[in-house]
Design a protein around this ligand. Structure first.
Ligand SMILES: C[S@@+](CC[C@H](N)C(=O)[O-])C[C@H]1O[C@@H](n2cnc3c(N)ncnc32)[C@H](O)[C@@H]1O
Length: 301
């Protein structure tokens, strides 16, 4: 079964001695997943994470659907339920945690969260914000690090990995997925949200979201780096994962809210389980909100 670990503390990571973008451990390949051009873009926004009306507002509101998606998918695979703290004892790695927008609600559900991000300034922002809530102090640990750097130390350590709105920014997706597989326990869950590579995602994600509405700064996304779900599924399966769910997500720029939809042609969320897992996909893998009305849509963030 999943969710075996009962430790309430996040995994303790070694002190980082290398420079900001240096990669120490390379997931059995000579490639880094970190793209220095992408790092420069995020560097400029590192103090903006917790501005709910700012550049990351769509990530704030995405929590309304991505947090229940993660929580319910995990609970449906577990016989262990902790009232009030449903994810108590679950060790989660939040890769590309940014300012901790997703780490914090997962920590509040009881999980022990390790958030990593290659950008030191992101981690500084995340650490500072975490300090406002004493409950999170013991549950979340942040570290400025790439995934490659922690692989050797944290082989098969985590019950769950989340990589939300990250894979469209990495330099080498194959290395990234390999590393995810290596730090995840057998039967562990991987949750990814990202943007599909379609004509519609170009129009909504780049033309409308960046150039017309300015929901995210111009240049945030490169269409070439968007990831079709079929490609992601192929990579995951080649690395010992079984894909349990791929659900389309829709952003409504007028209300600033997200809902589920059947089509994965723009944004989507994926749940995969590392081999060894028992059981089939759960009812929550197809969220009930999927039937909701679908107003004018924009790919974000
Ligand atoms: C769009 S933000 C998403 C932040 C966070 N996951 C959230 O949803 O609130 C993308 C984040 O991925 C990080 N990132 C980019 N490339 C990465 C890589 N190769 N490995 C880990 N994180 C990366 C960036 O520094 C940035 O913080």
């Amino acid at each position: 079964m999943l969710l075996k670990s009962r430790s309430s503390l996040p995994v303790s990571l070694p002190e980082r001695k290398s420079s900001m973008f240096t990669v120490r451990r390379l997931c059995s390949t000579s490639h880094s997943s970190v793209d220095s051009k992408e790092m420069k873009k995020f560097q400029l926004l590192a103090h903006k994470w917790w501005d709910e009306e700012g550049e990351f507002s769509a990530l704030h509101s995405m929590n309304d659907i991505r947090v229940p998606f993660i929580r319910d998918s995990l609970l449906n695979m577990s016989s262990d339920y902790h009232l009030g703290n449903p994810l108590a004892g679950v060790k989660i790695l939040d890769v590309g945690c940014g300012g901790g927008l997703l780490s914090e609600p997962l920590g509040r559900l009881g999980a022990s969260v390790t958030g990593i991000d290659p950008l030191e300034d992101n981690i500084r922002t995340a650490d500072q914000h975490k300090s406002f809530d004493p409950v999170l102090a013991k549950r979340i640990q942040y570290k400025s690090s790439s995934l490659e750097e922690i692989v050797e130390e944290f082989m098969e350590t985590f019950d769950v990995i989340v990589a939300s709105e990250v894979v469209e920014h990495v330099a080498d997706l194959e290395t990234f997925i390999k590393c995810c597989s290596q730090v995840l326990k057998p039967e562990g869950s991987l949750f990814i949200t990202t943007i599909n590579k379609t004509q519609l995602s170009y129009v909504l994600g780049i033309v409308v979201a960046e150039k017309i509405l300015g929901i995210v700064p111009e240049g945030t996304h490169e269409w070439e780096k968007f990831v079709p779900p079929e490609e992601l599924e192929r990579l995951l399966e080649a690395n010992g994962f079984s894909v349990k769910a791929v659900n389309g997500m829709l952003y409504n720029p007028l209300s600033g809210s997200w809902s589920w939809m059947e089509s994965t042609s723009v944004n989507y969320a994926l749940h995969a389980v590392k081999s060894g897992a028992q059981g089939e996909s759960s009812p929550t893998d197809t969220p009930s909100e999927m039937e909701g009305e679908q107003p004018s849509a924009t790919a974000a963030p």
